[in-house]
Write a protein that binds this ligand. Structure first.
Ligand code: AMP
Length: 455
């Protein structure tokens, strides 16, 4: 029986893989204008990092983590032995914890330093029930800014994200930005207690899971999809009534910056997001077109205590992550189709097999000079080579035939105009070798310059 990809994973076939690279590059280009630099952290970390950073009570940590066990330890676990904390590993369910761990470990924000602005892209892993827009391995692009608590950091990050969505083709008229403040360690405890007391009053109408959570983290109940719970939580106390003066001022400033930049947003006092580490600003971006129930294409917020939580010095932080797959769904629903990943400047065709060695040398010389080139590897007829050239999107076809070779020439057909001309083979080779001195690092020559264009 054929073996398919694991449940909840997707292959990005060439056209989409190329679009993903474009998506990532566009994000990094835009984020770099705001001072962000790339960082790469491991795809797995010590499980404790996620437990401490994201929170034991969250779904992500308590239900959705993929544990990674090395060969030796696997045997120990099977035999019921315990393994050392540092050998307990999990695939990363999100990027923030790893980046903050790296910042603490390498002391990237020493006392008095400017903020560290970091961006990343890559796969995340969550053992969720797969559905449209929800996978077990998915790609995120994200940023983290550590070392400044000023509201301008939060606003700048949100503005940057909205600029990126517009640039990559997310339909902005179907997109909604929700913002909220979750308060800080001074004002949130009283709010949490108020929500817990409210939930206890309405325990009969709420699911068991919410009531269990009420003990550890009642705010999770805002995310419950159960209609009964959602109805009860609609009437729950609002965080806006509990914010301390500092948090209120911070939130007002974030909103003022957003308004000043012309970014439209909706305040949502029920937006608490699924991870425990958030303080003050939280936000989420949703799209209503082509998405099904998984309509959040990105989100994030401020996490001023996380760095300490994972053992670093106190360092305020702000970050967001956006999901590539859901953005791609939104972009496709808006009518975009991935362009073909294939690109070929010149296809070198042979009239018969006696020219194959010459064709092989010619395509190699083209590639060394920075021209993308292809030839037939299946001994096809000339007609069928032209079909193949068309399929790979070749701009030019250079035909090597006995008569032309005897005259030191090559016939060049422009595949768009279908016009043909003869080029001097020696001149073609001379040009290619001039540019081919430094393969892949050196100058790239335009295909028309080498093979000439028809008049
Ligand atoms: P989060 O880390 O949960 O805030 O997620 C940030 C973004 O990642 C979300 O807005 C989604 O776009 C995306 N995302 C989260 N979980 C999944 C998943 N299981 N499958 C696909 N995309 C996801």
């Amino acid at each position: 029986m054929a073996i398919n990809s694991p449940e909840g994973t997707r292959d990005l076939l060439p056209d989409e893989a190329k679009f993903w690279a474009h998506f990532r590059d566009t994000a990094f280009d835009i984020f770099a204008r705001y001072g962000y630099q790339p960082i790469e952290t491991p795809l797995f970390e010590q499980t404790d990092l996620f437990v401490r950073g994201i929170g034991q009570a969250t779904d992500v940590v308590s239900k959705e983590m993929f544990t990674a066990i090395s060969g030796e330890n696997f045997k120990r676990v099977i035999e019921g032995d315990t393994i050392k904390a540092k050998s307990r590993l999990s695939l990363r369910p999100e990027g923030t914890a790893g980046v903050v761990r790296a910042v603490a470990q390498h002391d990237l924000v020493p006392q008095g330093a400017a903020p560290a602005k970091l961006m990343y892209a890559g796969p995340m892993f969550r053992a969720e029930r797969p559905q449209k827009g929800r996978q077990r391995m998915f790609n995120q692009v994200g940023i983290e800014c550590l070392g400044a608590e000023d509201p301008s950091v939060d606003a700048e990050g949100i503005i940057m994200l909205m600029r990126f969505y517009a640039a990559i083709g997310v339909p902005m008229d179907a997109t909604r930005l929700l913002v909220n403040s979750m308060g800080c360690e001074k004002c949130r405890p009283a709010y949490r207690e108020a929500v817990r007391a409210y939930m206890n009053e309405h325990a009969d109408a709420m699911c068991d899971e919410c009531m269990r959570r009420a003990e550890i983290n009642p705010l999770r109940a805002f995310d419950c999809k159960n209609p009964g719970c959602a109805e009860v939580m609609d009437g729950a106390p609002k965080i806006s009534d509990y914010l301390c003066d500092d948090c209120r001022e911070h939130y007002e400033a974030v909103k003022a910056y957003l308004k000043g930049a012309g970014v439209v947003f909706v305040e949502d006092p029920k937006l608490v997001r699924g991870l425990d580490y958030y303080t003050r600003t939280v936000f989420e971006v949703q799209v209503d077109q082509g998405m099904g129930s998984q309509n959040a294409i990105g989100g994030g917020g401020r996490y001023d205590k996380l760095c300490e939580e994972v053992g670093g010095r106190p360092t305020p932080g702000f970050g967001f992550a956006l999901g590539y797959e859901r953005c791609a769904l939104a972009i496709q629903a808006a009518g975009y189709t991935f362009p073909s990943a294939q690109h070929c400047d010149v296809f070198v065709a042979c009239v018969d097999d006696s020219m194959r060695a010459e064709a092989f040398r010619l395509v190699q010389a083209c590639r060394d000079a920075g021209v993308s080139a292809e030839m037939d590897h299946q001994h096809r007829s000339l007609k069928s080579q032209f079909k193949l050239a068309d399929k790979v999107g070749a701009r030019l076809v250079a035909v090597l035939g006995p008569d032309e070779l005897a005259a030191g020439q090559v016939k060049v057909r422009n595949m768009q105009t279908h016009k043909e001309r003869l080029a001097e083979l020696d001149k073609v080779k001379e040009l290619l070798s001039r540019f081919g001195g430094e393969p892949f690092g050196g100058a790239h020559v335009a295909v028309d310059e080498v093979f000439g264009t028809e008049e």
